[in-house]
Design a protein around this ligand. Structure first.
Ligand code: JFZ
Length: 495
């Protein structure tokens, strides 16, 4: 009994000590009570230039392309009702006969004669994208590069040329950073399994799959040294989650092979199977990769984390779907709103494109690129390199901030044309000037006497002139002036 207690307090002391050690480095430390071998590799955000570059992107492009673009969600006048890139899983009475074997032969028809990487890259540049995430291999296992570890690749299609290489070179030439999407799930590999191996034979097969996965990842980094990062997907299977020791090692190995490499939180699980954030609440990668087709409703949900949100233009189609008629298609306006929403909370928005089987980008996506691009041309200063402004979210739109500039992107202008912003008294600085970003015309800025109460904000008014008719969201730039702490420059601070 005595021994037991002593052992217990010894262990408790170690845990408390560990806690203390973390406490000195990071104020999230109160949760660091669980010893982990395969937890997060770092206790605070990366500060290197590559990661800073990632933070400054604001806007990215996602591309889902593979043999699923050939059926485009349909076959023999039948409609697959899931996401088109999942069409291989089509089953049941309403599915085409022998569908899986049909699908597995489709690569023999993959011949995107209209594909021009340079045009895609130029279009992305026009849109204002600073990075692209490209599907090198989706869940079906089809590789858009000539991998030497499988025959199920672009090399064995009529097209033959290395599409990943064409993408990397074309986007790089436009100054757009390339990230390689890679699915862990691989329906084409005989050793792949979603469930935990149950016997010796299963285990051996899964070991083969692990080796294959590692080989392909090393191959990708080796072939495409210009890639800035890997965007992992399909890592939620029970079998993969169990591989914490292997994936922990593999992540380290990939980072050593490719210094500066950026990997999100969707790659591996910790000792206890926790994903994205380990059992102590620490992020398992360089940025949070869990926002998909949905944005955080409140800054508290992302705190000071780095994060990206990947967004489809239809409700949930990543690969090409020939039918965009039967669902709501987000407009360039919707996507501008989402972009500012994401950036105002320190995130990047990544808009997905799903080219067709011939290599054409559909008109609707082209329209998004052109319209969003025209908006970005005028307003990009409110996007690139800006951060969360640390101010309450205004109903008019979104705040972003860079150095002494505070940007308000206005989506909702009230009928009285008055924009009244609330700046907390302890904010440290206050707006001293206001301009329209589009033409830098000055706007009258007034501090407003709101009377006395316990409200801790100071209010500033900008009235939008009658002759200014915005058809699109517009940006007001406030120049912030440091407040002198001794001189009480507050309208109603004498209560
Ligand atoms: C995955 C894929 O299955 C899908 O085809 C597409 O590639 C997308 C980008 O990623 O789908 C997911 C993955 C994660 C979530 C939802 C859909 N999630 O975390 O909510």
């Amino acid at each position: 009994m005595k021994f037991c207690c002593r052992t217990f307090s010894f262990v408790a002391a170690i845990i408390l000590n560990m806690n203390f050690a973390y406490a000195q480095q990071n104020d999230n430390s109160k949760n660091d009570t669980i010893p982990l071998r395969y937890g997060a590799h770092r206790i605070s955000a990366r500060k290197d230039t590559m990661m800073q570059r990632w933070r400054d992107y604001g806007l990215g492009q996602f591309i889902h392309w593979g043999v699923y673009a050939i059926p485009g969600g349909h076959w023999e006048n039948k409609t697959y009702h899931g996401a088109s890139e999942w069409i291989r899983t089509w089953s049941g009475p309403a599915s085409p006969k022998d569908w899986k074997s049909i699908y597995d032969q489709l690569y023999k028809q993959f011949n995107p004669v209209s594909f021009k990487a340079s045009e895609w890259a130029k279009q992305a540049k026009t849109m204002g994208a600073k990075y692209v995430i490209f599907t090198t291999k989706h869940h079906d296992g089809f590789c858009l590069w000539p991998s030497k570890y499988t025959n199920y690749t672009i090399a064995n299609t009529p097209y033959r040329k290395d599409i990943v290489k064409e993408i990397v070179e074309a986007y790089d030439a436009e100054g757009i950073d390339v990230y390689l999407y890679f699915s862990i799930i691989d329906w084409n590999h005989s050793g792949y399994s979603s469930s935990i191996p149950k016997n010796q034979a299963d285990s051996m097969a899964y070991e083969r799959f692990k080796k294959f996965t590692r080989n392909q990842l090393i191959e990708l980094l080796d072939r495409y040294p210009k890639a800035k990062g890997l965007w992992f997907d399909g890592s939620w299977d029970a079998a993969w989650i169990k591989q914490a020791a292997f994936t922990n090692e593999l992540e380290k190995e990939l980072r050593e092979l490719h210094p500066g490499l950026i990997i999100g939180s969707r790659f591996r699980a910790d000792d206890y199977g926790k994903r994205h954030f380990d059992s102590n609440g620490r992020m398992m990668g360089d940025y949070e990769q869990g926002w998909e087709r949905k944005l955080p409703a409140h800054i508290d949900l992302v705190k000071t984390n780095d994060w990206d949100a990947v967004m489809t233009i239809p409700p949930n189609q990543w690969g090409y779907n020939s039918d965009w008629q039967s669902s709501y298609i987000k407009t360039p306006y919707d996507l501008t709103d989402m972009l500012m929403h994401a950036v105002s909370m320190n995130g990047n928005l990544v808009i997905n494109f799903g080219p067709d089987g011939k290599g054409n980008i559909r008109d609707e996506e082209d329209n998004v690129a052109v319209k969003l691009g025209a908006w970005m041309d005028i307003n990009h200063e409110a996007v690139y390199g800006t951060t969360y402004a640390n101010l309450p979210k205004p109903d008019y739109g979104y705040f972003t901030k860079k150095d002494n500039k505070l940007f308000l992107t206005v989506f909702n202008l009230p009928l009285n044309r008055l924009v009244r912003i609330a700046i907390p008294k302890n904010f440290g600085s206050a707006p001293s000037k206001a301009n329209l970003l589009s033409n830098m015309n000055p706007l009258a800025l007034k501090r407003t006497d709101m009377g006395l109460d316990r409200d801790q904000n100071i209010y500033y008014d900008v009235t939008i002139p009658d002759h200014f008719h915005a058809k699109d969201p517009f940006v007001i730039v406030f120049e912030l002036k440091q407040l002198d702490k001794d001189k009480k420059d507050y309208g109603d601070s004498k209560i």
